[in-house]
Design a protein around this ligand. Structure first.
Ligand code: ADP
Length: 510
């Protein structure tokens, strides 16, 4: 490698040649300097290119790494996509299985409801006879046989008492069974959403007063009093009046059932946007751990605190809960063992209903007017239409002592014939008849001048009141029938019927 001062050094002349020599020397020196500079530049350029090359190599390596990473990522993404697809497939399968399970559950529920409905109906027909006849036997036994036997012979007296007690048990158990069947059917209908809700303006005060009247008899043989504490500013609400009455009756009946002595208070207050009803008793109370359970199906939590343990179905509160929740309310219990219970429920108020009179009040007033005329129904002709001989006989035995003249028909055609020929004052009509069914009979009766104004009471095991009323019936009773209620309704309707027939006289003629 050339170095400064070597290899390029020439001869030196001071003048002329010397001068030339000096010149040469100088240009040689300059050349050497230029060379050195050039050499340095080359070295710098080389170092720079070395650095650049190593940087490029480094960048390439990095790019290679990134590419590897990208490749890895792509593989992972692909894997993830595959897993996701598998998971989605699993979810779809689960969804399908769930849908199948839900369909199966719905089918099972529908089958359960249908089974309960048909079984309950099947049980009701014989139960109507058993209960109805047991009541008649009990009444006749007390009114006719017991006085005739007298009390001369102790043995006979004891046997008479025992028969009477046993009849009482049959009636009581029959009533319990009826209640159980009705409750099971009710619950099945509510749970399956097949219940007909009759939503209309309702006065809660009216609901409570009706419930109080219906439960009066429960307070007769006990030192327990029923008190009503109703605020004056209760607004009207919308709801199903009969179902709300059912709730309050159940709570009052429980209150008196689980109270030996003291009171049951039914209180209603307006609190914010709600009406709060409380049924407060001074009875045996409920342990806190049981508070939630009492609203479950078939739950009875009463310990043996009461010597004479009251019977029940364990379904009443479960039904109350369903009814209140359907009305968008809440129901709960506050209680302590030995310190009484407070069963409370809320119902939302509807401000748009304010000011409208609740129709229940009007009908109650109308009913009271009719009650005053109830005696006037006696001595009239009634037609009983039922294909079950036992039921015809049962109704006959209940009504005949009241002085009614009774005609019977065991099918629809016969009913139409008798109605046309004998023009009864009132018709008791079963729905499930052989040949033409009760609804068809009803429609035909309403078409004919002889019977279009005749009061008709449907007496059936079918619970289809809406359809019954829509088809032209004046009243509807579900079997097993409450004979006293039926009698009262007949008297009411005969009062109405007389009014209607008088109104029609100028049109129909005498
Ligand atoms: P039932 O009264 O027909 O057994 P319910 O569903 O109405 O059925 O009540 C369920 C249970 O809750 C009752 O059996 C009783 O153990 C308890 N219960 C209900 N109301 C009261 C009450 N007022 N006091 C004490 N216990 C009650």
């Amino acid at each position: 490698m050339p170095t400064a001062g070597s290899g390029y050094r020439g001869e030196c002349n001071m003048s002329g040649p010397q001068h030339d020599h000096r010149e040469k020397m100088r240009s040689r020196h300059e050349l050497e300097q230029e060379n050195a500079l050039f050499y340095q530049e080359i070295m710098v350029a080389r170092r720079a290119s070395d650095i650049t090359a190593s940087l490029v190599v480094e960048q390439f390596k990095k790019m290679e790494e990134i590419l590897h990473q990208l490749e890895d990522n792509l593989t992972t993404q692909h894997e993830l996509r595959k897993q996701l697809a598998e998971k989605l497939q699993e979810v779809e399968e689960q969804k399908h299985k769930l849908a199948q399970a839900r369909n199966a559950a719905e089918a099972a529920n529908a089958a359960k409801s249908a089974f309960l409905a048909s079984t309950s109906h099947e049980l009701r027909t014989p139960l109507t006879s058993v209960l109805g006849f047991a009541r008649i036997i009990q009444k006749r036994f007390e009114q006719v046989i017991v006085p005739a036997i007298g009390d001369k012979d102790h043995k006979i007296e004891r046997a008479t008492r025992q028969i009477n007690d046993n009849l009482g048990i049959i009636v009581e158990e029959g009533e319990r069974l009826t209640k159980l069947i009705n409750n099971v059917l009710d619950l099945a209908k509510i749970e399956s959403g097949r219940i007909e809700w009759k939503i209309e303006p309702v006065s809660i005060a009216e609901v409570i007063e009706r419930s109080a009247a219906a439960t009066t008899s429960l307070f007769q043989d006990k030192p327990v009093f029923l008190e009503l504490d109703l605020a004056d500013d209760l607004p009207p609400l919308t709801g199903d009046r009969d179902r709300l009455v059912q709730v309050v009756i159940n709570l009052i009946a429980n209150g008196v059932k689980f109270t030996q002595e003291g009171s049951v208070t039914c209180q209603a207050r307006r609190e914010n946007d709600e009406i709060v009803v409380r049924v407060i008793d001074t009875g045996i109370g409920i342990a806190e751990a049981d508070h939630q359970h009492v609203f479950e199906n078939f739950t009875q939590v009463t310990t043996d605190t009461l010597a004479d343990k009251p019977s029940g179905t364990g379904l009443g509160l479960a039904i109350c809960k369903q009814i209140i929740e359907h009305h968008h309310g809440r129901i709960w219990v506050e209680s302590e063992l030995g310190k009484g219970s407070v069963f409370a429920f809320t119902l939302p108020t509807r401000s748009e209903m304010a000011g409208q009179p609740a129709p229940a009040m009007r009908s109650a007033a109308a009913k009271r007017e009719l009650d005053q005329e109830s005696d006037r129904g006696k001595g009239k002709t009634l037609l009983i239409v039922d294909d079950e001989a036992n039921i015809r006989e049962l109704i006959r035995q209940e009504l005949a002592p009241q002085g009614y003249r009774l005609l019977c028909a065991d099918n629809g055609e016969a009913a139409l014939r008798v109605a046309e020929k004998n023009r009864p004052d009132l018709i008791l009509l079963d729905l499930m008849l052989p040949g033409i069914n009760g609804y068809e009979v009803l429609a035909e009766l309403r078409k004919r001048p002889a019977s279009k104004q005749t009061p008709i009471i449907i007496v059936s095991i079918l619970e289809d009141k809406e359809k019954g009323y829509a088809s032209g019936a004046d009243s509807y009773f579900t079997k097993p029938i409450n004979a006293q209620a039926l009698l009262t309704e007949i008297e009411n309707l005969l009062g109405t019927a007389r009014q209607r027939k008088t109104d029609q006289t100028p049109v129909d003629g005498p």
